[in-house]
Design a protein around this ligand. Structure first.
Ligand SMILES: Nc1nc2c(ncn2[C@@H]2O[C@H](COP(=O)(O)OP(=O)(O)OP(=O)(O)O)[C@@H](O)[C@H]2O)c(=O)[nH]1
Ligand SMILES: [Mg+2]
Length: 183
């Protein structure tokens, strides 16, 4: 059976593991307020989904998510750095992924480092990317709109707003993934 791997990437502490847990509806990856919590990739099988368009011959694929450690700090503050071995494993997962969820902390906004990562993933790896702005429970409508416009302008990508805390937007994210994979 075909497999689709989706890597969850972004800066430290943006809520990657929280989104992983929200997608699974249970605790699969450790969450904490300390930056650098996730170290080794956490790979989990999510389930099967239908990809075939022919009703009489349903075709299925396996969906796998990989939660990764933060690739850069969300500010200039010091942060724990991944060991070379973990960094290598992290990039192996990104390399093998069919799609990337690039998570951005809505309370921090789009950093230069996020922009750089986005362009590397897009042009160097040629991966499809869904930009996910997390912690939207902490944003008001105006802040969301400003961030949407900014991300659209800088990354040429329409972000999906979610809150791993309240689960707002998580169904939209799942729909966006499935819609993309069915193409
Ligand atoms: N208010 C709010 N807090 C959130 C949300 N998602 C995550 N957090 C908090 O943000 C902090 C970091 O969450 P994690 O899920 O551990 O973040 P991460 O990106 O996996 O972090 P690292 O593995 O350390 O890179 C924790 O204190 C979470 O409770 C959200 O949607 N809303
Ligand atoms: Mg984590």
């Amino acid at each position: 059976m075909q497999e689709f791997k989706i890597a969850i990437v972004g800066a430290e502490n943006v809520g990657k593991s929280s989104i992983m847990n929200a997608l699974f509806g249970k605790h699969v990856s450790m969450v904490s307020e300390v930056a650098g919590t996730t170290k080794m990739p956490i790979k989990k099988y999510w389930g099967k989904f239908k990809i075939g368009r022919v009703k009489e011959e349903p075709e299925f694929a396996k969906l796998i998510f990989v939660d990764l450690g933060g690739l850069y700090a969300k500010s200039d503050s010091q942060s724990p750095i991944m060991t070379p071995k973990i960094l290598e494993k992290t990039f192996k997962e990104i390399n093998e992924a069919d799609m990337i969820l690039h998570i951005i902390d809505g309370t921090v906004g789009l950093l230069r480092s996020s922009e750089k990562l986005h362009h590397i993933l897009k042009f160097r790896y040629q991966k499809p990317i869904i930009v996910v702005i997390n912690k939207c429970d902490l944003l008001n409508a105006e802040e969301k709109e400003q961030l949407r416009e900014y991300v659209e302008r800088r990354l040429n990508n329409s972000p999906i707003f979610v809150s791993a805390k309240t689960l707002e937007g998580i169904p939209d994210l799942i729909n966006a993934i499935v819609k993309y994979l069915k193409r």
